[in-house]
Structure formats: structure tokens, C-alpha cells
Design a protein around this ligand. Sequence first.
Ligand code: NAD
Length: 489
Amino acid sequence: MVYICRPMRQVFHYIKGCRLPGHGTRLGEVFDPARGQAQAQVPLGGIAELNAAAAAALAAQPGWAAQSAHRRSQVLFRFKALIEEHMETLAKLLSSEHGKLLADARGDIQRGLEVIDFVCGAPQLLKGEFSAGAGPGIDVWSMRQPLGVVAGITPFNFPAMIPLWMLGPAIAAGNAFILKPSERVPSVVVELAALLSEAGAPEGILNVVHGDREMVEAILGHAAVKAVSFVGSSDVAQHVYATAAAAGKRVQAMGGAKNHGLVLPDADLDAAVAAIVGAAFGSAGERCMALPVVIPIGESTAVALRQRLLVAIKQLRVGAADDPLADYGPLITAAHKQRVERHIAMGIDEGAELVIDGRAVSVAGHERGFFLGPTFFDRVRADMRSYQEEIFGPVLQMLRVDSLEQGIALASAHPYGNGVVVFTRSGEAARCVAEQAEAGMVGINVPIPVPVAYHGFGGWKRSAFGDLNQYGTDSIRFFTRTKIVTQRW
Ligand code: NAD
């Protein structure tokens, strides 16, 4: 028998408008999570690649900043059109490395595009303020100037959306950008960078450097990098925040999450169940705005909710991205699947009631894929470690309380504070949750309250370190410095 060995696909850095293999010898494996096998190799770079990217960015940035905001937004308009033109290819590539369904992959790109849409309004967003006659013959006005070279470090779960959240506002504001994507899903951003070049951005305005912790540390210590935007898990976010701030950089660092959904007795239960199941298990629960905790208010709500959840969860189908009937795909890696399974075992040991166990699931034709079936726990308690920690998988935990006040207090006491959601027909109860919940984003009969591009995205407590949110007008503030001029004529 003759074996034909296909060489593995190589992922390249993107520096100064070119795809480059890098200088080092360290390589990471990029998996196809649905098949459970490596499909590509990514270079794990370090200071040499970062120096090259920083040099390219430093050379390109002044010219880019000198162009009018209108000219820069013309490039972003073309960028958006090119992404739309290549949507299917990008979505397939994204889905092959992440494992999410094709519809979710398109959504990932689409939500990022909405931020590009928003920053196409750069001339308006960058406008300063003017106060005529602040004193006799005195006017005061302000302008927003770019920071220079700025960097983004992104997680695996939204391979296109989160990079676009960051690079769009940064580049629109006149900065040059260095992106370090997750080494587990490195390819799609290289294609995005090439499309930005095709749209007319000068070489060096967007550079992609691959790597792991070594590259992150190099970015945090690099003198050319004036600001760092980070999204990932909380311990890393806190480290990035402290290290970059100590090095004098501006920093925003979004962390993990454990969002709570409160269900009141007056809620439309059928609608709530459909929403909860989609938010808890969609994209295999690997969303920072997933809904992994549900809190029915009162015993009769708990009984009715549990019954309906049981039926809905049992109907879920796990499958590969090209399975048109699948509700969600595999987890990102074997190691992450094992971590989620450990949390399920922990929940059982801690005394939670395992109502549906997804650990034995197998997908025909994809037996080695990192799939995990939907798992549902009832009678979870707040002191359980499996509740306190982020699981980031297809696991829904139900806690029972007697009153809305107790539900709000429970959600608010959790260490993470990305989102709290309430299902109710009562405006008064909804208002109470919106006002009192200790979280950055609230949903009222909306299970995943990710704000639209012209608002902003950010959590509280261990879900975010720093003051300014991702996208929206906060992102323009984050990526610019304000200068205020007092003039007498
Ligand atoms: P992660 O923290 O492992 O990785 C994020 C980035 O940090 C990657 O680029 C990675 O290479 C780098 N990194 C990892 N470990 C590091 C270390 N020890 N030192 C320096 N850099 C390191 O996160 P992930 O697993 O890729 O993504 C999932 C996490 O991201 C979840 O906790 C999820 O809740 C969170 N997340 C948060 C948001 C938000 O906006 N709050 C959005 C998406 C994901």
C-alpha cells in the first residue's frame, strides 16, 4: 500500500503587508475540532516577529494619521465590502478551526462587521468640542489624536468578531495595529488583514503576529506599543491589565463570565425556555455572553421550568458544522473538553443533581471530535465550586430561590459580572433587575444582551479590568488622546 503524506497547512504571520513564516522554531498545532485532528501549524513567534511588526507599524502610522478621517473611512467601507464578498470562504475557514456551525461562523463575522460599519463614521466620531467665548476673546476646543501603535490580544471563541471590535476603531482613529490572535484559531485574521490591504490600507497599518504567552509578554513590554486591548479569561486579563499598566500603557482587559438568567412566575415560559436553551448551549456554551445559570423564582416556577427545559434540551442535536440539523458543534480542544468534564464530575461530587448528562455523546463519522452533549444540573448551590467557576461548555446549572430579591442578590454576589438576564412580563420587576444587578449588560426577555455596535460591550467585577468598553464611543476614547486648546484671538 502506498501512503501519500500531505504536508500540513502552514499559517503565516502578516507583517508589512506580507505573509511571513517567522524566525523561530516553535510551532503550535491548529486542530479541526470536529475531526479531533491537527489540520495546520502556526508559528509561535516572539520578540523578533514583534520587532518587525512594530517597525512596520511605526513607519506606516504617521502617514495614516495624516490622512483625513474621511479618507480612512473610505478604506474601511471597501474593507467591509470585501469581507462581505468573501463571507462564505471566511466563514468556512473560521468554522474549520473553531468548530462552530456555519451559521454561527457567519454571525461571528457579521457582528464584527457591524463595528466596521460603525467606525466608517470616523469623521463624526472623531469630532472635537468647541466652546466659543469661554472668556473675553477666548475659545476652547478639543481634538482627538491617535495614540500611535496599539495592540490587541484575542481569545479563541470569536475568531473574527473580537479582532474586528478592536482593529476597526483603532485603525479608523489613525493608529497602526498589531494583533495577536488566539493560537487555536489563527487563520481567519490573516485573511482579514490581507483584505484590509486590498481595500487600500498602507502596509504596516494592520500586522498579525502569532504566538502564545511569550508573544503576549513581548507585547506587554514593548516600548512602541502605546495601548493594549485584551479579551480572554480573567486571570490572564488581570495579569495583562497589571503588567501593561505598570509599563505605562493604556489598557482594557475583558475577562471571563458566568451570566445568570432570572425567570419570574409571570414569564412567557415557552419563549423563555427556547431563549435559555439557545443561549446556554449555542456554540457549545463557548460564549462569554452564554447563559449557563438559570434561576427560577419560586418553587412552582422551578417545577414548570425544569419540565420544559428537560423536553427542549433532549431535542438538541450535536454535530459538525456542515450538519444542517445540528444545534451546536464540538468544543475547541480535547483539553478543554476534559476541563468541562471535570467540572461536571465536580458538580456531581458537590451534590448538585445531574438531570441530563452529555458526557457519553458520540457523533457518527466524527468519533474523534471534541463533542460534548448538553448537560443540565438542578439544585446547584451558590457555595459549589462548579458554580463559582466559569465552565465555558454546554452545561446549564439551575439554582432555586424564593424571591426576586434573592435572585438579584445571588447574581450580584457572583465574582463575574458580564450579564444578567430576566424573563418577565412585569415592567417593575424588569426595571428592578436593570437597576440593581451587579453586571455590565442586562437583558430583559433577551437571552444574550450583547449591545449593538454603537453602544459598547463590557462587564463588571472579574469580567473586565479597565475603564472603557469595547466598541461604541468608548472604543474611540480608548484609541485616542484628547487635546484641549484654549485660544485668544
Ligand atoms: P485565554 O485567556 O486562554 O486566551 C486569551 C489570549 O491570551 C490568547 O491570545 C492567548 O494566547 C493568551 N494567553 C493565554 N494564556 C496566557 C498566559 N498565561 N499569559 C499570557 N497570555 C496568555 O482565553 P481563551 O480560552 O482563548 O478564551 C476564552 C475566555 O475568554 C473565556 O474565559 C471567556 O469568557 C473569555 N471571553 C471574554 C469575553 C469578554 O468580552 N468578556 C469575550 C470572549 C471571551
